[in-house]
Design a protein around this ligand. Structure first.
Ligand code: 5AD
Ligand code: SF4
Length: 450
């Protein structure tokens, strides 16, 4: 595509799906400059670490990776070459200047709203002049500046529709790293979705830190989903991550009515004790969450629920934690993510009394995970004997095997021709494990309405 000789670009992505989307877009921004993606950092011309700041562990990983990358940069310099190191994402936003101090090998730092400026920042870093830090909040500028063309690999794609968060949960850094809530205009999203469909994408996951708070000038998320569902070829729509308090009636209705909207909902609850939910500033109770799920299930009884949980939030006693287990038993989750509370500097919870001992957090996490694992296995086992529409995405590890996703986001393995990649095919499920299902193609069966 470009006349420029191919330069090697290595991008490592940490954290959430929005970072996965952003990394793809960074590659899109850099492609016209002659950068092509490589799988290994050794010898690369440009290394980008797209970072996550959500928990301490995620942040520390970045610094240790930078240590390795620095050695590669030194090796390349000794061989007469150059390597540019860029730190992008939420650590860049939150700790910009500090990164440069802690690891002087870093050439530039670019926040999540400024990566469209990467070409310019790289040029500046090469001239070793000017500002090396770019980390302001201006999401609209970014989307206007991104190239319309996206390189897609595969039949599923992420599409960012909303960024930022105004909820200020007391444990969370997102409002500080990603800024306030901001939604892309529906026309721009539709345009990107149509291009994706033209490139063979069948399933799109709409991304936002608070995606169900989407507000595109009179467009709610439900209305946006209905508009996108009309795009020919786009058969499956998902969205993540949502907040219980933004789960509007029109979105609940869309789950009941729209076959394109997949029956899977990631709706973090974080904890089951009202005392803890209040201290977290979640603005919902355990009871209101459970009632909400009942309402969603009234219209879409088979919906697979997913959630996020935090154990060991400051002030969490044994009795509070038991309430989290109770809530999990009452709701029943098909999948979930659970974390030990991590104290993030600058967030209100980090200064709260009653910080919980690490050993207690670890023990609670084990107990919660045991219950969630059990529920996930049970949910998967329920599918055995059913015929499900599976969107096949790629070849499997074993010869002749192909892998796809069920409507409930389970990985499904089957023996089948590679010609089926990109197609939605009925599969009779024969086996289940914690992370996946196995089945046989059922060409005579009629796919269930998704
Ligand atoms: N400690 C532990 N988990 C956290 N999360 C966000 N902030 C923290 C923190 N300080 C979790 C929440 C959120 C998910 C993306 O990460 O469960 O939903
Ligand atoms: Fe963080 Fe809460 Fe916003 Fe989610 S809703 S991004 S947990 S502040």
């Amino acid at each position: 595509m470009s006349e420029t000789p191919q330069k090697r670009l290595y991008i490592k992505t940490y954290g959430c799906q929005m970072n996965v989307y952003d990394s793809e877009r960074m590659a899109d921004v850099l492609r016209p400059l002659g950068y092509g993606i490589v799988d290994e950092p050794e010898g690369a011309d440009l290394v980008v670490l797209n970072t996550c700041h959500i928990r301490e562990k995620a942040t520390e990983k970045v610094y240790s990776e930078l240590g390795y990358i620095k050695q590669m940069k030194t090796r390349k310099a000794q061989a007469g070459g150059t390597m540019t190191i860029a730190v992008a994402g939420c650590v860049a936003q939150a700790e910009g200047k500090e990164i440069m101090h802690r690891q002087p090998a870093v050439d530039l730092v670019v926040g999540p709203q400024a990566y469209h400026q990467l070409p310019e920042l790289i040029a500046r870093a090469h001239r070793a002049t000017g500002e090396r830090l770019s980390a302001d909040f201006a999401a609209d500028e970014k989307f206007d500046a991104l190239p319309a063309e996206r390189q897609v690999n595969g039949v599923t794609a992420f599409l960012t529709v909303q960024e930022g968060c105004d909820k200020f949960c007391t444990f969370c850094v997102v409002p500080y790293t990603r800024g306030g809530e901001w939604s892309r205009p529906p026309e721009q999203i539709e345009d990107e979705a149509k291009r994706l469909a033209d490139q063979g994408v069948r399933e799109v996951t709409l991304l936002g830190q608070n995606v169900n708070a989407y507000d595109g000038g009179g467009y709610t998320l439900a209305r946006l989903v209905r508009r996108l569902a009309r795009i020919p070829g786009l058969d499956r729509i998902r969205y993540t991550t949502s907040h219980p308090r933004d789960m509007g009636d029109d979105l609940i209705a869309a789950h009941a009515e729209l076959p394109e909207l997949m029956p899977y909902l990631h709706l973090p609850v974080q904890a089951g004790s009202d005392k803890i939910l209040k201290a977290m500033n979640r603005d919902h109770t355990a009871e209101s969450y459970v009632r909400l799920i009942e309402k969603i299930r009234a219209g879409r009884p088979d919906i697979a629920m997913s959630g996020d949980f935090i154990v060991g939030f400051p002030g969490e006693r044994d009795g509070d934690f038991e309430k989290t287990l109770e809530l999990v038993r009452e709701v029943g989750f098909a999948s979930a993510f659970s974390f030990k509370y991590s104290r993030r500097p600058g967030t209100p919870a980090s200064a709260m009394p009653g910080q919980v001992d690490e050993a207690v957090k670890a023990e609670r996490l084990d107990r919660l995970n045991a219950l969630l694992d059990e529920q996930q296995k049970a949910f998967n086992a329920l599918q055995v004997g059913k015929v499900m529409p599976v969107l096949f995405e790629k070849k499997g590890r074993n010869p002749g095997q192909i892998v796809g996703r069920s409507p409930y986001l389970q990985a499904v393995h089957a023996v089948g021709s590679e010609d089926l990649l990109g197609q939605i095919v009925p599969v009779r499920i024969e086996s289940s494990a914690k992370m996946s299902l196995g089945g046989v193609l059922d060409s005579h069966a009629i796919p269930e309405p998704a």
